[in-house]
Design a protein around this ligand. Sequence first.
Ligand SMILES: [Mn+2]
Length: 260
Amino acid sequence: MNSGKIYFLSDTHLGSKEDFEELVAKQQFVDFLDGLGPEAEAVYLLGDIFDFWLEYKQAIPQGYDKVLTSMSSAIQRGITIYFCPGNHDYWTFGYLENQIGLKVIPQPYYFEKNGYRFWVAHGDGLGKTSLGVKIMNLLFKGKICIKLLLCLPSPWIYSFAHYWSRSSRKKSSQNPYVFKGENDNLYKYALGLHSNKPADFFIFGHLHQKIDLKIDRQSHFVILDSWSHGENYAVFDNGKFDVIKITGQKDTFSSDSANL
Ligand SMILES: [Mn+2]
């Protein structure tokens, strides 16, 4: 039985621009991956890792060379990296899988580890969603719409994506999502999953805030915070689950952890 550590992170929103803030975030991400030793078994990247990722047959977004190299080298060291696309990096059509070696998983995704059961997902568009979200999903995730999207020249799409990412970031920083506790849509969605196929951990991203709630005596509902808020990843180690803060220092992580 493999009893290595499993890491979870989401919403790093690594940008393709080379401004200072984005370079720091990318370096932290690279340091995190490069710092994973033989105790690491798997990393679950739960969406919006890239602030925008869309692949063309012969082109990928610029600015991610170091990040992709670190991913690929972690995979070569024997660490499995699962990638659950989010609403910012949904559009991978083979490159991340075949060239880098990521295992792309759908949301929600169920797995078991040492007798513990997990449901993981990015979290967008799950449960009861508004008509607006349904239309957006159809427009940007529907197979025919994606085919049409890929017919447009890449500079148009990438410029639009930067504008959209920037404005959605501005909107959510001015108007942060208010988590509604046990009445929240994502929590109710997890309850639904739990009643069909129970699990010990339900782990999501997307909402850019750190949430941990109990579903029942043994099951946890966890939302991982965004990279920029400093609560950056969770680690599962033989039944122990911690959320860890990155200090920003190379190869050193805070021992400050929140046991759920
Ligand atoms: Mn998201």
